[in-house]
Design a protein around this ligand. Structure first.
Ligand SMILES: Nc1ncnc2c1ncn2[C@@H]1O[C@H](COP(=O)(O)OP(=O)(O)OP(=O)(O)O)[C@@H](O)[C@H]1O
Ligand SMILES: Nc1ccn([C@@H]2O[C@H](COP(=O)(O)O)[C@@H](O)[C@H]2O)c(=O)n1
Length: 261
């Protein structure tokens, strides 16, 4: 499939100036989607397992880390100080952010100058992973992104959305009918990630993910399940088993909802 065709096949949700214009042209969706909130530390499998589970369920998937990564990418691109909350906020004032909720992930950022950057690959770079905690530590930035996430989900028009990150079960969607904390031991997470990152040893990957988790955990708790949140430890589960575990939790919640109707 060409880039253009795959972008058309996927559902993209825009934010910012372009989103406001689009909202005037389209009708509001009918019902709020069923929300599946998934949190967890780096490399626990949140993104890949959430994506596969969402496909099985016919739901969309919102990867919230992609927005923080895109913001870090944009700060570097515009030489903004990542530690300065106002400078990072100024990017949010002008940017138009778009991410696909179905199909292959595509993330684009426009920084107010009309140039649309496809950052899908760039935001996964090792240096962006090392910088992203510096933008995600700002409470004002988090509040604005959280608003954006809620809007993206509400306007998706989908029957359900799996939304994954660090504070989805606790801050972004604490009332979601399904809330999961996905964990795995640091060694297992590093092992999985090392397979993806050429040139980095297991020890380097382990050090990187532990350092990022430690910084991120100063802002939000994604190690302990909040009350009502189901813990899924994937340390001893293969990929298919992890997906099955999430799908089962969602199906059980759907069954309970149907019984009470
Ligand atoms: N249960 C599992 N068994 C084996 N491999 C897995 C399992 N879950 C995830 N993986 C693999 O582990 C790697 C990391 O998973 P993923 O990118 O989904 O983690 P993540 O929690 O979203 O990480 P990050 O927060 O750093 O983006 C991927 O290569 C994925 O395919
Ligand atoms: N809800 C979230 C999601 C992400 N972050 C920050 O973004 C970084 C990248 O997230 P990945 O899921 O792609 O690894 C992460 O390290 C956090 O700094 C966040 O704060 N809240």
């Amino acid at each position: 499939m060409t880039d253009a065709a795959s972008a058309a096949a996927a559902l993209t949700v825009m934010t910012g100036a372009a989103q406001a214009e689009r909202a005037q042209q389209t009708e509001a969706p009918n019902a709020a989607p069923l929300l599946v909130a998934i949190d967890g530390p780096a490399g626990s499998g949140k993104s890949s397992v959430s994506r596969a589970a969402a496909e099985r369920l016919g739901f969309g998937i919102l990867d919230t880390g992609a927005a923080y990564r895109s913001l870090a990418w944009a700060a570097v691109e515009t030489s903004a100080d990542l530690d300065d909350s106002a400078a990072v906020g100024a990017i949010l004032d002008v940017w138009t952010y778009a991410i696909t909720l179905r199909g292959q992930q595509r993330v684009t950022v426009e920084l107010g100058d009309g140039v649309v950057h496809d950052v899908t690959a760039a935001i996964r770079a090792h240096d962006v992973s090392g910088l992203v905690s510096r933008v995600s530590k700002h409470p004002e930035v988090r509040e604005r992104l959280n608003e954006m996430f809620r809007r993206i989900v509400a306007e998706s028009g989908l029957p359900g959305v799996v939304i994954e990150g660090r504070d989805i079960t606790t801050v972004v969607a604490p009332d979601a009918p399904v809330r999961v904390l996905m964990t795995a031991s640091p060694e297992v997470r590093a092992q999985r990630r090392a397979g993806e990152l050429d040139g980095l040893t297991h020890a380097q990957v382990l050090a990187d993910i532990e350092a990022r988790d430690a910084k991120d955990a100063q802002v939000v708790d994604f190690f302990t399940p909040a009350p009502g949140v189901t813990l899924v430890d994937t340390s001893n589960l293969n990929f298919a088993q992890s997906v099955e575990a999430v799908v089962e939790i969602v199906r059980a919640a759907q069954g309970v909802a149907e019984e009470s109707e």
